[in-house]
Write a protein that binds this ligand. Structure first.
Ligand code: AR6
Length: 164
């Protein structure tokens, strides 16, 4: 596992993960950036998926992105931490990784799910991301955390240095 600072739409990997909402029909933040970069064909495929529940994930093609696929997942909206937020956030990471294993995808890049518009505290979210992705079950995958800003990158680097 590693962390980088980048715009996730620029990365050439098997799959990037989108922090979507349950409609899967686009939005702001990283979701908006991914839809803009992938082009209108992505929205067309998303319309056929019938939405996605919080904590679950669905895959589409990458269209105009350098990434071959997009795995759309819906993170929890942060309330107070007592509404299954940690469990649902861990489920997002796990379900995305399961899809990678099922489809024999090797490389996957995650944004910091739920930590923007959905308000999840960044340090708690990063801890869950690193713990869940560090499972033995996913040891064969090349997992990257894509941080949009330097603060997030430093947070991940610190956690990853404790892991190894
Ligand atoms: N590349 C990498 N990371 C990015 C990019 C980018 N181009 N743009 C933003 N981020 P958010 P959420 C980071 O708000 O909290 C949408 O409207 C950002 O700095 O995109 O899960 C959806 O439709 C932050 O660290 O997602 C949902 O309604 C992280 O991506 C809702 O927002 C996640 O921030 C989802 O909210």
């Amino acid at each position: 596992m590693k962390a980088i600072q980048s715009d996730i739409t620029r990365l050439e990997v098997d799959a990037i993960v989108n922090a979507a909402n349950s409609s899967l029909l686009g939005g702001g933040g990283v979701d908006g950036a991914i839809h803009r970069a992938a082009g209108p064909e992505l929205l067309h495929e998303c319309r056929l998926l019938g939405g996605c529940k919080t904590g679950q994930a669905k895959i589409t093609r990458g269209y105009r992105l350098p990434s071959r696929h997009i795995i759309h997942t819906v993170g929890p909206v942060w309330r107070d931490g007592n509404h299954r937020e940690p469990e649902l956030l861990a489920s997002c990471y796990r379900e995305c990784l399961r899809i990678c294993v099922d489809r024999s995808l090797r490389s996957v890049v995650f944004p910091c799910i739920s930590t923007g518009i959905f308000g999840y505290p960044k340090d708690r979210a990063a801890r869950i991301a690193v713990e869940t992705c560090g499972s033995e079950l996913f040891a064969e995958l090349e997992i990257t955390f894509c941080c949009f800003n330097l603060d997030d990158l430093q947070l991940y680097q610190q956690l990853l240095s404790c892991e190894s």
